[in-house]
Design a protein around this ligand. Structure first.
Ligand code: BEZ
Length: 211
């Protein structure tokens, strides 16, 4: 069965480059990002894991734990990590799941046979502290992911989890936001003391509440 937003993220036990984990326990009370790589020793994935490692501090600051998965065994991952460190001018600092039996790839529907029946697509699952899937992205193997965009979606998810707002097109942290349609004008006056601009009855703009 395919996964949908707000489903509980499937739990699993897996070997990783940082030891064996039980996924829910590993997540603890953090947000999480699980992202798949088509295979080890592939060029785009090499740049992605280098980039993810360089962004780790920014994800840590948002209480987000990152974990990668690739359908290759642990010894392959360890050799590949040496290449990533050498070529991407970084030290890989997040666990990579060794998913040679495709348990995780199958649980999360990461193999799309019409694209490729041996490799995963590039999936991203963002999971909240209640273990609910809050966002899913799917890219083909040929397109490396944009980690600024992943950070931006984390910022939006964390903001909109706390305040009755939504974030507009191309929003980034610090920009104005939209008051959720379910909030009445009367409640909006109380909830958004900085005020708001009523462009249309359904389009009310307010400064980002936590800035
Ligand atoms: C890559 O990660 O570079 C890649 C993997 C599979 C197909 C194409 C590119």
């Amino acid at each position: 069965m395919s996964l949908r937003l707000m489903d509980t993220t499937p739990d699993f036990t897996a070997e990783t480059t940082e030891g064996t984990i039980q996924f829910h326990e590993w997540l603890g009370s953090s947000w999480g990002i699980l992202f798949s790589h088509p295979a080890d020793y592939t060029p785009v994935c090499t740049t992605e894991l280098g980039t993810a490692s360089k962004y780790k501090e920014q994800f840590d600051a948002r209480n987000v734990k990152m974990i990668a998965v690739s359908v290759d065994p642990l010894d392959s991952h360890n050799g590949w990590i040496s290449d990533i460190n050498e070529t991407q001018n970084t030290t890989v600092n997040l666990p990579i799941i060794a998913d040679a039996d495709r348990n995780v790839a199958t649980l999360y529907d990461m193999i799309h046979p019409n694209a490729n029946d041996a490799m995963t697509v590039r999936s991203v699952f963002i999971i909240d502290p209640a273990k609910k899937i809050r966002l899913m992205l799917t890219y083909p193997a040929s397109c490396g992911r944009n980690f600024d965009e992943i950070l931006r979606t984390v910022d939006s998810l964390q903001l909109t989890s706390k305040y009755s707002v939504a974030t507009p097109a191309n929003w980034k942290d610090g920009d104005n936001v939209i008051i959720a349609p379910a909030v009445s004008d009367k409640d909006a006056d109380d909830k958004f003391p900085k005020g708001y601009q009523k462009v249309k009855p359904y389009l009310r703009i307010t400064p980002q509440p936590n800035k």
